[in-house]
Design a protein. Structure first.
Lengths: 155, 145
């Protein structure tokens, strides 16, 4: 269940960040990008596909490669994102033209979104780690105090 | 449930006897606690056997189907399989952190998240262990998160 929550978190974060970034780009640029409601569902499908791909590669990397370096992990994630966006967004949904400018713009946007999502995920994990460190610190303090009390009683 | 304690000065070994008609869930909890407190394991090093208790074990690792017990300063061989030890220690301060390692959380100095969803645990003896992404949820659960 916790694992499902982890991937649900990735899906929600990527969907939110991607929707916000693309909407912002739409407002700032003069290019006409599809703004119909269906676009939101298409984005949800894309984020779901990326999350499923990440889930599969996560399992594979744990089972096959024991110590995947961070750069391989990031590169794999980026490849999954770019492939999904180009195949689903470009070919299936027709979000952007397949010319060098379109491909380059989408690639840069994807990289920005990818690192924003991972930044959000990392901040969440950082918070969890800080909580764990606090619990460890408190438990060490309690143990030290109880040892002192015990020594005091023995003396 | 009655609790009777006989304190005798000439008692060599503490003995716990439970008399009951059936093992209720509450009683099972007590039995589990007692089993954890009295847990010890035979560890082998240089042909000699040492009985290790739970508190002295830092982490347990399986390498090439052999199980090794890491204490603060020593490493011992163990005849038990990692999953057998995990079953016995699951309700204690031990938690599985990778396919081949069980860690005693009492020996953790601090933890930090890595960029690939894994965690790194710094142990009290300065060693660093990686908590795999797959096991991070269980690891957090151990701390009530």
């Amino acid at each position: 269940m916790k694992k499902f929550n982890y991937y649900l978190n990735i899906f929600c974060s990527s969907f939110t960040v991607a929707t916000l970034v693309i909407s912002l780009v739409n407002i700032l640029s003069s290019d006409k990008v599809p703004t119909a409601y269906i676009w939101v569902f298409q984005m949800a499908v894309l984020c779901a596909v990326i999350t499923i791909l990440m889930f599969i590669t996560g399992i594979l990397s744990e089972k096959i490669f024991k110590n995947t370096p961070v750069w391989v992990f990031i590169l794999t994630g980026l490849t999954e994102v770019l492939l999904s966006v180009f195949i689903l967004g470009g070919l299936c949904f027709g979000w952007f033209p397949f010319n060098s400018f379109g491909i380059l713009t989408i690639a840069v946007l994807d990289i920005v979104i990818y690192f924003l999502v991972y930044g959000i995920m990392y901040i969440g994990e950082r918070k969890s780690a800080d909580n764990i460190n606090k619990i460890l610190q408190n438990s060490r303090k309690n143990k030290l105090n109880s040892r002192r009390n015990k020594d005091g009683k023995d003396n | 449930m009655k609790l009777i304690i006989h304190q005798e000065t000439d008692c060599d070994e503490t003995e716990i006897v439970i008399r009951c008609s059936y093992i209720s869930p509450d009683l099972q909890k007590i039995i589990d606690e007692i089993q954890l407190c009295t847990f010890s394991i035979n560890a082998y090093k240089d042909g000699s056997i040492k009985r290790l208790n739970r508190e002295s074990i830092c982490y347990i690792e399986s390498v090439d189907e052999k199980t090794f017990i890491y204490c603060e300063n020593d490493v011992y061989d163990c005849r038990m399989k990692l999953y057998e030890l995990e079953e016995k220690l699951v309700k204690s301060t031990f938690v599985r952190i990778s396919k081949s390692c069980i860690l005693n959380i009492d020996f953790i100095e601090s933890v930090r998240p890595l960029l690939n969803g894994k965690y790194e645990a710094l142990l009290l003896n300065g060693e660093r262990l990686i908590i795999n992404r797959h096991y991070v949820p269980d690891f957090k659960k151990k701390f009530g998160l």
